[in-house]
Design a protein around this ligand. Structure first.
Ligand SMILES: *[C@@H]1O[C@H](CO)[C@@H](O)[C@H](O)[C@H]1NC(C)=O
Length: 243
């Protein structure tokens, strides 16, 4: 441990926040060169390349470029294990094993209410409600990027051999006018990388202006509530789904 360890507050506890947290914690212990990830096993699978397909799934192009594929869950739970010793099926590191490093606390359910900068000092005020941090830190950030994403996963065990052979750990792209679909393999339950236990993850990006009726329809749920960023599972209106 350093002689004068700093107390550091990280606002936002998703992947980027946790990565900073793990780094700062290890820095506090002055062991920069030690392997950062203390969990066993894989955290990503290596994809051999990107293939392009048309609407009939004919392969029209291939680019050999290795990429690491993983899921939010795998990274999140491994980072939590490394940060505050949180135990899950993804990684079971105990607090004791991490004890000689800096202390780390993961606080959920806090809302940032104010951020002030004076010379070298940043003051963060928070209360016990959820979310709102990013809005205070970056009030000018435009929240809508200009496209809708339709996303989902299919278990590898639920598809035919033919489908499995077509996708086979490659990143698959179907590029259309103002839109494209990307599909790739991600780890399955508890972070399993075993073939047959993994998931095929697809995301369909559609350009869609914020003020269009298409955007408003898609983001208004079966109860008539308009959502700004994500429609909860099972809440899509049938007429939107039918299109
Ligand atoms: C896919 O390939 C088949 C067989 O070569 C061809 O008949 C079909 O037109 C192709 N599909 C597209 C969308 O080009």
């Amino acid at each position: 441990m350093r002689d004068n360890p700093l107390n550091v507050v990280i606002v936002g506890g998703s992947l980027a926040g946790l990565m900073h947290g793990v780094m700062i914690k290890r820095l506090g212990h002055n062991e920069l060169l030690r392997k950062i990830d203390h969990c066993d096993g894989e955290y990503a699978l290596l994809s051999p390349g990107i293939q392009y397909v048309d609407t009939d799934l004919n392969v029209t192009g291939y680019r050999k470029v290795t990429q690491m594929l993983t899921s939010w869950n795998v990274l999140y739970y491994r980072l939590r294990a490394n940060f505050d010793g949180f135990q899950s099926d993804y990684c079971t590191k105990s607090r004791e094993e991490l004890e000689e490093q800096g202390e780390a606390v993961y606080n959920i359910g806090k809302r940032v209410t104010d951020v002030t900068y004076t010379d070298c000092l940043v003051t963060v005020k928070f209360d016990d409600l959820i979310n709102g941090g990013r809005g205070h830190l970056q009030p000018d950030l435009r929240p809508y990027a200009g496209y809708l994403k339709w996303r989902g996963t299919v278990a590898e065990k639920d598809v035919t051999e033919e489908t499995k052979a077509l996708f086979n750990e490659k990143v698959t792209l179907n590029v259309m006018d103002h839109s494209y679909i990307v599909l790739y393999t991600i780890p399955g339950e508890s972070g399993s990388f075993k073939p047959g236990e993994r998931l095929l993850n697809f995301v369909w990006y559609c350009n869609c202006p914020e003020d269009s009726s298409e955007f408003k329809n898609a983001m208004t749920d079966i109860d008539g509530h308009f959502h700004r960023s994500t429609l909860p599972p099972g809440k899509m209106r049938e007429d939107v789904w039918a299109r």
